[in-house]
Design a protein around this ligand. Structure first.
Ligand code: AMP
Length: 218
């Protein structure tokens, strides 16, 4: 299975991506996670990406595409992959498409997650994550057992820099301007599936599995 999760920040792509990657035994490639890791490790790429990320802007296409192509060419991605948060611009989508043609692979599905803006803001403002094991919580809907502490590894939870209210609006504007056009892009290629991202994680999960298990209409 080669699949892309598309949709605004905070819509639940990452949470569902972890579940789907495990269920279908495919690697999840989250460009956000890869970039945050590079920032934390203070690599050259991380130093370049940091400013863009803190401002809620997109990291330049060539940086992100290089990162993704390197991962996609690894043996783990031979049987499939799940891209979470990539592509985010038409240029990235075009480059991905060229890469896949050059390796004689095809995308199976693009799942487009939808959610109201109010709910997106509620989810992002309550999101807390573990800087170590990357587990994600929500202060109200998925709280950790002990306030501020990761259930999985016991590290202190943090709020991502770019989840702070001053950055969220600009991330949503960037999404509308640069990423939302990809909905039409993949609709035209007849591989877009729309998923209502509202409700409990388990309910979205069920709808998502039903969508992915549908036979593909050629
Ligand atoms: P995310 O965790 O997917 O919300 O991504 C966090 C931040 O990483 C974004 O706001 C961007 O600054 C950067 N980023 C992640 N994926 C991409 C991408 N495909 N293209 C450009 N920037 C990206």
């Amino acid at each position: 299975m080669r699949v892309i999760f598309l949709g605004p920040p905070g819509v639940g792509k990452g949470t569902q991506a972890d579940f789907i990657a495990q269920k279908y035994s495919i690697p999840k490639l989250s460009t956000g996670d890869l970039l945050r890791e590079s920032v934390a490790n203070e690599t050259e790429l991380g130093k370049e990406a940091k400013g863009y990320m803190n401002r809620g802007e997109l990291v330049p296409d060539d940086v992100v595409v290089g990162l993704v192509e390197e991962k996609l060419s690894s043996p783990q991605c031979k049987q499939g992959f799940l891209l979470d948060g990539f592509p985010r611009t038409e240029a990235q989508a075009d480059q991905l498409s060229r890469y896949l043609v050059s390796t004689e692979k095809e995308l199976d599905r693009v799942v487009y997650f939808t959610l109201s803006k109010d709910e997106i803001i509620r989810r992002i403002s309550g999101r807390r994550s573990c800087p170590d094991c990357k587990a994600v919580y929500h202060l109200e809907s998925v709280p950790p057992q002990k306030d501020g502490v990761c259930d999985v590894c016991g590290k202190s939870l943090i709020q991502r820099n770019d989840d702070k209210p001053e950055t969220v609006e600009s991330r949503l504007a960037v999404y509308q301007e640069q990423t939302a056009p990809l909905v039409e892009y993949y609709k035209t290629r007849k591989i877009l599936l729309e998923l209502d991202g509202a409700g409990l994680v388990s309910a979205v999960q069920e709808r998502l599995v039903a969508l992915l298990d549908q036979p593909r209409v050629e």
